[in-house]
Design a protein around this ligand. Sequence first.
Ligand code: FAD
Length: 467
Amino acid sequence: GKGDIHGEVVVLGGGPGGYTAAFRAADLGKQVVLIERWPQLGGVCLNVGCIPSKALLHAAKVISESQDMGAHGVTFAAPEVDIDKLRGWKDSVIRKLTGGLGGLAKQRKVTVVTGTGRFTAPDRIEVQGEDGTKSVSFEHAIIAAGSEPVVLPFIPQDDPRVIDSTGALALDNVPKRLLVVGGGIIGLEMATVYQALGSKVTIVELMDQIIPGADKDIVTPLMKRVSKQFEAIHLKAKVTKVEAGPDGLTVSFEGGSAPATDRFDKILVAVGRRPNGRLIGAENAGVAVDERGFIAVDKQMRTNVPHIFAIGDVVGQPMLAHKAVHEGKVAAENAAGHKAFFDAKVIPSVAYTDPEVAWVGLTENEAKARGVKYGKGVFPWAASGRALSLGRDEGMTKVLFEEGSERIIGCGIVGTNAGDLIAEAALAIEMGADAVDIGATIHPHPTLSETIGMAAEAFEGTITDLY
Ligand code: FAD
């Protein structure tokens, strides 16, 4: 009928998973339609996630390093933050990337349809846009609808002083006192930004450590540094009530070291993300969605409906852009008639805090829980010439090896650039490298990458020199 669009492959959602799938399917010769409700591509990651947070974290790092240098004989004046200019720079970084995606879609002749899509049949999605409703039919569909922040019902939703990560990245102002609910990666990253910009930050976390996914020893150096920077960190504690008043938000706490009540100017809720699977009319296509909103898929990223695939945050943890991208390629290749499988052994995780915390493969906690017999090589950065010359020797590199085979099964790193360093460990795990392979690989000197080789040598007991 009128306004009908057909795609051999139709992708619902233009985030890292969705645009990667759309581009891959187009490169494989398919006629592709990409449906996105936001005016630009890029999804959470580019618009309100990975990229804006990293731009602001860069500013935070420059500020805190300039302060550190005072102890080494180079003193700067206190930073003057022009919040409008900083926000403008952050937005320009986003614009460059999302604009680039628009260009790449055009080059590949991918039809981008702007509007909110809902399945109405197993071969049809209806898109509600500003210019009316369009009906998009397909042979294969790839669901890449992503996720959104979890909302806490006992915290007022309609008060502009209560924000989620999107609100925090909007950078409207710098509150005097900020409460961050949730000590995971997103909470800690935003806390780092606002602390550097001048907020007094309090963190409240239910578990007994911040960044609960990582081993405690890897988190300790971060905990030490932020304990000095932040006003308070309440572990094993929770918020029970928030009362909005004219001169602040009065918060009731329970547990840990938290006071009974305290008052804040803003509250950032960062307690996790929920998948968007229940918002897309999946039932009309027969696609099974669980009660939380996740869509189950097999190793080919196929849902229970053979011609419909799903990828990214909407299919499960870890909710990370690099996972979505890899899944997107697999789904697109299968939708285009090739045979592909998601068979990554490991997916690295990184907190871009200062110091950074990164881990890949098994953590010690996981190895113990699964009864995996392992040994470890640990290299403290106090013995790394490069770490010392950066004035940041609090880091640590820990590599886990399987008992018997001595193959690497996991790695945890805390310190400057840990997120970049962890890639070597991911490759080593994928390649099945053992301790000798890693220890015998010549790493450039003086770099932080040497700490991975040194950790392997420490495990072997062959470590010869330091610095
Ligand atoms: P999304 O990026 O969520 O994209 C889904 C898209 O689908 C959105 O554009 C949405 O508008 C669209 N959509 C949804 N429903 C519909 C519909 N019905 N019709 C039309 N369009 C629809 N990950 C990392 O790997 N590294 C990081 O450093 C990192 N930092 C982060 C920081 C923050 C503050 C946040 C919130 C997240 C961060 N993440 C990070 C996570 C990362 O953003 C996600 O894992 C990633 O964006 C998931 O990609 P996706 O394609 O599955 O979905």
